[in-house]
Design a protein around this ligand. Sequence first.
Ligand SMILES: Cc1ncc(C[n+]2csc(CCOP(=O)(O)OP(=O)(O)O)c2C)c(N)n1
Ligand SMILES: [Mg+2]
Length: 433
Amino acid sequence: MADRPDADREAGANKPALRLHVPEPKSRPGDTVDFSHVPVSQPGKQPRPDEACDARETEGLCHDLIRVLGDDDRAHGPWDPKLDPDTLRTMLGHFALVRAFDERMFRGQRQGKTSFYMKCTGEEATSVSAAMALASDDMVFPSYRQQGVLIARGYDLVEMINQIYSNKGDKLKGRQLPIMYSSREHSFFSISGNLATQTPQAVGWAMASAIKGDSRIAATWVGEGSTAEGDFHSACTFATVYNAPVILNVINNQWAISSFSGFAGSERTTFAARALGYGLAGLRVDGNDALAVYAAQRWAANRARANAGPTLIEYFTYRAEGHSTSDDPTGYRSAQEREEWPLGDPVMRLKNHLIALGEWDEDRQTEMDREAAERVKAATKEAEKNGILGHGMHQPFRTMFEDVFEELPWNLKEQAEQATRERLIKFNGGRPK
Ligand SMILES: Cc1ncc(C[n+]2csc(CCOP(=O)(O)OP(=O)(O)O)c2C)c(N)n1
Ligand SMILES: [Mg+2]
């Protein structure tokens, strides 16, 4: 302070003290929940611009909410994708399977069969319906909550469970955290635990696809919290600069573990509106409306496929359950939120739509749910033959040194031998196993 000129000090005397704003969620455990600040637009009222439109034409849609399914359970407006009843039933079947899978894997973790699991309850449409709007060989770069994409693509449930149990049938050889699947055959890129890394990877893959003159596009999914990572900014910049054939799906489920979306910037603007600053097309969509999700993804896919540009889609939804099996949301948010959430449940909404069309009924739904649970149960039993957590039926220890180098370099060879020796001393009294 001593060397500051008097004039400077005096000039500052009347200025207000600077202060920061620290976001705070609207309710905490025990509070009454009020979602009246969440604008819920009227289904069918949002315009659907041409898929090849100038990105600026989507500005209004970045602040609105594209909705198709009304309170009357009917489809409304220009975004109605007009799917036939068989396709809608297939979608509902995928929803039922995802839900049954989540339930059983969650219980499996509680029973000690795996160390970790993550449910996607309430967000099923953002993965299942979006995946169904893509071609089956479009490359997807998901986060950890898109099991619905794999299920919609027909991935074998036993393979999924082998990975979750890290057992000897696990194709990833126990090297990935449970649920971080990878399947080249299903054009499903390896999931990374490092948030948002998949976004520049998707853009890079899409750029490569265009460079090769291929016709496949890329789509990525990222949580709203993860958009605060620099990687997401790089992805948006590269996507817009090179007009990459890519779709950037932001799943705004309003929570990033215990941090509410305000910490990623939701108090100031929407996640869809991030698109505008980059010159990307942006859409903000009711993520619990399976038809709106499908329609938006298809719009963006057609746009990318026609070289008309990338799209950033915000799917507005709600994470109905805890972040993962390691989380207890009652410690940081009101239990009432789930019930009060104004956009409902995606599975119920699609089911009620099919019933309103005269194409479904409660008995068939009960049967569908029962069959899904049976299928998951049978797959679980099958996978358990390959072992569960802690039963020793995992990949041999030293395989962790394999598959990177064609020939193991001498230093890794030494490390492998030393690690194997130490392991024998520690766990097997020095006896070979
Ligand atoms: C780079 C990085 N930072 C932090 C974490 C720890 N972490 C894992 S999930 C998560 C929350 C992410 O929330 P969001 O992006 O909203 O996705 P959601 O879990 O809601 O699907 C955090 C902070 C991580 N895995 N990687
Ligand atoms: Mg989130």
